[in-house]
Ligand binder design. Structure first.
Ligand code: ZN
Length: 344
């Protein structure tokens, strides 16, 4: 987008925010469930932040502002409450909202949890169980680390070819393009390709660089005692429509069993890895139902009407929060108006 158009757009977003346009839109959604999706909460703008920045949803201060905005306008509920409503054992308040986190990074405890706790807000964290208590990184963090630390200004990347950059911004674009390409590959092929990257970029990775990046089971149990709930984000984070159905079943059953065993609480919810329209299907949803889940969440934007949640509990929408979201933009996304515009 041309920058003058961007400026005009964010000015009108700001004006709409001040005029209360999003509050009006929100009133139309009194009978809708608003689910927020976060990943990491961290200081992503520090120059020495060397992992995948787009996976940081907000800095802690911004997250606190967003929680204040949410608490003042919505009724934040737990996933247990939502499940009780599905079973017709409880009613939902108007404008119910649910706070969710994907992947299971340790900053959910160190940065997000104190902010939630101070405001008495429940949340659910979807764990990728195969990564907890390992020093194995998600491929996006591994790739970001290599690009951050390279002194090279060009690389020949498998699948993309020769790429050059003059400044960190351009280098980050190359990194993101490669990650998008990797996303769709089977694990084995992806792992083989990323294993070559340190040599291609002339970077060495310290042995324990990625340990402590995720929650431990002890931390999960401690948060559970404080009212944070946990759901499944599979064992190994595959895109479920790209693996055989038998493997889908294993990913779902095994992650659910592991979290139940570690926490002693039933696991009722699932977040589809990547969560876009192509990343789940009726067959995947049916596998989730058979694996014992009551609810599954996508990353298709917007609130979902209560009656739609009841009719289709395996395709509940979530609003993806990104680290470029200003408060007006955050408000526009929550109001559902953002779905009308592809720019937000
Ligand atoms: Zn994820």
């Amino acid at each position: 987008m041309a920058s003058w158009r961007g400026r005009v757009f964010s000015l009108s977003l700001e004006a709409a925010f001040r005029l209360g346009v999003f509050d009006l839109a929100r009133l139309l959604h009194a009978q809708s469930l608003t689910v927020l999706n976060y990943h990491r909460i961290d200081h992503f703008d520090s120059p020495d932040f060397d992992l995948f920045r787009p996976n940081v949803s907000a800095a802690p201060e911004t997250f606190a502002q967003q929680m204040d905005y949410l608490r003042a306008r919505y009724n934040v509920i737990s996933i247990g409450h939502l499940a009780a409503w599905l079973r017709r054992e409880a009613a939902l308040p108007p404008r119910a909202a649910l706070i969710t986190f994907d992947d299971g990074y340790a900053d959910n405890l160190t940065h997000a949890f104190p902010i939630l706790k101070a405001r008495h807000l429940p949340a659910v964290i979807f764990l990728t169980t195969g990564f907890l208590e390992t020093s194995r990184p998600f491929y996006w963090d591994w790739v970001a680390y290599c690009f951050h630390h390279t002194r090279r200004d060009a690389v020949f990347l498998p699948l993309l070819g020769e790429r050059r950059w003059n400044e960190p911004k351009e280098r980050d674009r190359v990194m993101r393009a490669w990650i998008e390409t990797l996303k769709t590959l089977p694990d084995e092929r992806k792992n083989a390709l990323i294993a070559e990257l340190p040599a291609l970029l002339d970077v060495s990775i310290p042995e324990e660089r990625f340990s402590g990046l995720y929650l431990t089971w002890e931390q999960v149990r401690a948060m559970r005692r404080e009212g944070i709930e946990f759901g499944s984000h599979t064992v190994s984070h595959p895109i479920l429509t790209r693996i055989p159905l038998e493997q889908v079943r294993q990913e779902l059953v095994e992650s659910r069993r592991k979290i139940e065993q570690e926490t002693g609480h039933p696991v009722i919810s699932l977040a589809y890895p990547n969560g876009q329209a192509a990343d789940f299907s009726p067959a995947v949803a049916e596998a989730a139902r058979q694996a014992g889940f009551l609810l599954a969440f996508s990353l298709l934007p917007g609130p979902t009407r209560y009656q739609t949640v009841r009719r289709s509990p395996f395709t509940v929408r979530r609003i993806y929060i990104g680290n470029t979201d200003t408060l007006p933009r955050f408000a526009a996304k929550l109001s559902g108006l953002a779905r009308l515009s592809s720019v937000v």
